[in-house]
Write a protein that binds this ligand. Structure first.
Ligand code: NAD
Ligand code: DAU
Length: 375
């Protein structure tokens, strides 16, 4: 990437103001709860469209705390809508963009929304940052805003062996991953072309409390709690690197504070496992039998493995705090204790989505080989 422009550290504490887009989603809300929960005076505006994945209840811990609630403003709006974004960018010290359509399977069923939010939405945010950067250059605000684009390891595509490094070519293979790659390349182009203070993170598979039950771990935990089938795609030997949500949110904050403008940072979890091993472990924690697991038709274009090298972020001083065993146990316990939260999320359009995604698959499913008989 080009020579960094002088970003200056992002201010936190009294008077500092962050615009957090997608802050009612899984990882964005963890970021908001963490920053406001520190009670250091930082203010946050959340801009969130409240799609099926956005949930105001994810912000309840801060909205029901008077001191934290005073420092939070919630705006329901679309990052692809310049009239919503521009006024909010005006007094933001930084914009942290978590907003996205985030589920690979939904991108296979209907890609359009992925392009609008993950590409055009990023473009609208960058244009607002460009205008604010120009205002700073004219002396109309003290400093330009920093822009953090939260991206994903999926932009590298499947990695058969070894570990992706930040300079590797991007080879996304699903509409979701391709749109995320486009979004971050656009962000990088605004750094190079217009000198915007941009940093990019690429996180691995994230899990933890408040995750929408469309994703592997919360889907299987909530289905197992109801003794329903667990639809494992193909042979279940696809490998993912698992990152606990508070570590992902913490790493994004670390890059916001300390990242070098124009740089990309991999955020790895450090625990690479085949899906069937993840499923075996969560069934053990729940005391449920493997017979719930059904082998179903695979995801088209299913990436076999993601794995990243995390040295650049480690050199910036970041260390994860939560190991997979501890994180998975905490996640299973949270879903057990928060029945009302996930039942509310699995209402509305949920049954229709579930039928579309899994109906035919489950009808033609077979028993999955037990873990001992395979890798
Ligand atoms: P999520 O689906 O739980 O939350 C996305 C949030 O964005 C929701 O609150 C939704 O309402 C909001 N949103 C969607 N479209 C919007 C729009 N047009 N305008 C405003 N708000 C909108 O996603 P997540 O799992 O929390 O992921 C957050 C970010 O991290 C995404 O950018 C995703 O690509 C990235 N990421 C996720 C993972 C993971 O494993 N979950 C891993 C790496 C990177
Ligand atoms: O790697 C980072 C990415 O991780 C993020 O960018 C995405 O936003 C996030 O959704 C996640 O993508 P995955 O496709 O890896 O996550 P998902 O939970 O959908 O699937 C994890 C693995 O489990 C994957 O190999 C597919 C498999 N799977 C998933 C579901 C939902 C199943 O076998 N059955 C299922 O029903």
């Amino acid at each position: 990437m080009s020579e960094p422009t002088a970003p200056g550290p992002v201010r936190f504490g009294p008077g500092a103001h962050l615009l957090v887009t997608g802050g009612a989603g899984f990882i964005g809300s963890a970021f908001v709860r963490e920053v406001l929960g520190r009670r250091d005076g930082t203010r946050i505006t959340v801009l969130d469209k409240l799609t099926y994945a956005g949930n105001r209840a994810n912000l309840a811990p801060v909205e029901t705390d008077r001191e934290q609630a005073r420092r939070l403003r919630f705006v329901c709006g679309d990052i692809a809508d310049a009239t919503a974004v521009e006024p909010l960018a005006g007094d933001a010290d930084a914009i942290v963009n978590f907003a996205a359509e985030s589920h690979v399977d939904r991108s296979i069923l209907a890609p359009d929304a992925f392009l609008v939010t993950n590409v055009i939405g990023v473009h609208v945010l960058l244009e607002a940052c460009r205008a604010e950067t120009a205002r700073a250059a004219a002396g109309d605000r003290p400093a330009p805003p920093r822009f953090v684009q939260v991206s994903t390891d999926e932009v590298y595509g499947a990695v058969e062996a070894g570990f992706s490094r930040e300079g590797d070519p991007l080879a996304p293979r699903s509409p979701y991953a391709a749109a995320k790659a486009a979004g971050e390349l656009l962000a990088r182009s605004y750094h190079v072309t217009y000198g915007l203070d941009v940093v990019i993170t690429r996180g691995s598979n994230t899990y933890g409390p408040y995750q929408h039950p469309e994703k592997l771990i919360p889907l299987f935990v909530t289905n197992a709690l109801e003794d329903r089938s667990l639809p494992l795609y193909g042979d279940g030997m696809q490998r993912r690197d698992w990152l606990y949500v508070s570590d992902h949110a913490g790493a994004v904050e670390h890059v916001l504070r300390h990242g070098v403008a124009g740089e990309v940072y991999n955020v790895r979890g450090g625990t690479e496992l085949p899906n069937r091993e993840v499923v075996a472990r969560l069934l053990d924690l729940l005391g449920k039998p493997w017979t719930l697991v059904r082998r179903v038709e695979d995801r088209p274009g299913h990436d076999r493995r993601y794995a990243m090298d995390g040295r650049r972020l480690a050199e910036l001083g970041w260390r994860n705090r939560v190991g997979f065993e501890e994180g998975l146990a905490a996640t299973v316990a949270w879903f057990r204790q928060n029945d009302a939260w996930w039942r509310a999320v699995r209402s509305g359009d949920w049954d229709e989505y579930y039928e579309r995604q899994y109906g035919a698959r489950l009808a033609t499913s077979v028993a999955a080989e037990p873990p001992g008989e395979r890798g």
